[in-house]
Design a protein around this ligand. Structure first.
Ligand code: G3I
Length: 348
């Protein structure tokens, strides 16, 4: 009898530990970009997500083109569905992205040369959107990709052209007015590797802080390549952390081939994946997490989010016309060595 009870307890704890996911090994939230419509169709991916992660970012459905598609109308349904998913599955919801040059509705071009109208729309959009989800969306990418693709310049977006650098300050202020408790981020890509771009971003943050603009987070998208040196990444995250802001690795993936950020194309260097490459990718994932834990103080660790967690649905191959393997789960939804590497990086 006693023997049977012991056996039952052992089996029970084995099955419980089999249910553990990355979120259970981390001191900070771990997330993935999702589409609730995608997860409604693909419940296998959804169930793995719920086991592994405790944070979600919408890969598209919370962008301006989705919420403000028609002039004069806000359609909050796609964002409502993200909120419902977050509540049902106990996920932190991160808002992506309020002000960006991409995925804007077509009608916006009608007011792009009218600074007053553009500012007035931006204010109304942010107030209504952030205000509606006050207390439900934990943090926002308020301004996405303010800097040029490469080097130290500001991106000349419609927002920049009409309102100058001040558009970033305005957007952050409007968001703070709508939800004073939300963590407010600026978010960009390649800042972990392009030091000139990083330093321009840091200059922007210094300026915002000196103007008492309510910025509270810095996002590093971290669309990485295997050959980006760890030292460069460590330097960038350290400089980022020195701002005192929350640091979010907001869109992590790691590719083998080379992509061209300016043309949306890529160079296919590897046609097939080998066990050695998979192991090396595992080590890279491990290194990234270790660097994050080492140089970002605990109180500033907003978390790590994958831009999709499986090679089945990663954005990379379609976008860059590549065959690559950037994520921690393979196309058959099995954990890769990258998964184990990530977990080791968490110290487990
Ligand atoms: O939904 C429409 C569909 O109705 C239409 O038939 C089809 C035809 O092109 O387009 C569909 O929309 C596409 C959408 O993805 C959903 O698949 C858009 O054209 C396409 O531009 C959009 O691409 C997204 C891209 O951002 C631009 O918004 C990618 O999925 C998304 O992964 C990517 O995510 C960005 C982050 O927001 C910011 N950082 C970089 C990251 C990767 O590029």
């Amino acid at each position: 009898m006693k023997h049977n009870i012991l056996l039952l307890i052992t089996l029970f704890s084995i099955s419980l530990s089999a249910q553990k996911g990355l979120k259970d090994y981390a001191d900070f939230p771990i997330g993935s970009a999702i589409s609730t419509w995608g997860y409604n169709r693909d419940t296998v991916s959804r169930d793995i997500h719920v086991r592994e992660f405790n944070s979600i970012t919408a890969n598209n459905q919370m962008k301006m083109a989705s919420i403000a598609r028609e002039k004069g109308v806000y359609n909050f349904d796609p964002a409502d569905q993200m909120v419902a998913f977050a509540e049902k599955y106990n996920q932190r919801l991160f808002g992506h992205a309020l002000v960006w040059h991409s995925s804007t509705p077509a009608w916006l071009s009608e007011i792009e040369n009218n600074p007053v109208a553009l500012d007035s729309f931006m204010r109304d959009y942010i107030h209504k959107y952030v205000g509606r989800y006050k207390g439900k969306v934990d943090g926002w990418d308020v301004v996405n990709e303010a800097m040029n693709t490469a080097g130290p310049g500001w991106r000349e977006t419609i927002w920049y052209k009409a309102l100058g650098k001040e558009y970033v300050a305005k957007a952050l202020r409007y968001a703070h007015e709508a939800d004073p408790d939300a963590v407010l981020f600026v978010n960009d890509f390649n800042t972990e590797r392009d030091t000139a771009k990083l330093h321009e971003t840091l200059r922007m943050i210094k300026w915002l802080q000196s103007e008492k603009v309510p910025i509270s987070g810095l996002g590093f998208q971290m669309h990485l390549r295997m050959d980006i040196p760890n030292e460069t990444i460590e330097y960038a995250l350290k400089k980022g952390a020195e701002t005192g802001l929350m640091i979010h690795l907001s869109e992590v993936d790691i590719i083998f081939n080379t992509h061209d950020d300016t043309q949306g194309g890529g160079k296919q260097l590897y046609d097939d994946i080998t066990p050695e490459m998979l192991a090396a990718q595992g080590k890279k994932y491990e290194d990234i997490v270790r660097i994050y834990r080492k140089v970002v103080p605990k109180s500033q660790q907003y978390g790590i989010t994958f831009w999709g967690y499986s090679d089945r649905s990663s954005w990379i191959n379609g976008f860059f016309k590549l065959k690559d393997w950037p994520t921690i789960y393979d196309a058959n939804m099995q954990p890769k060595p990258a998964y184990e590497g990530f977990k080791r990086g968490l110290g487990k």
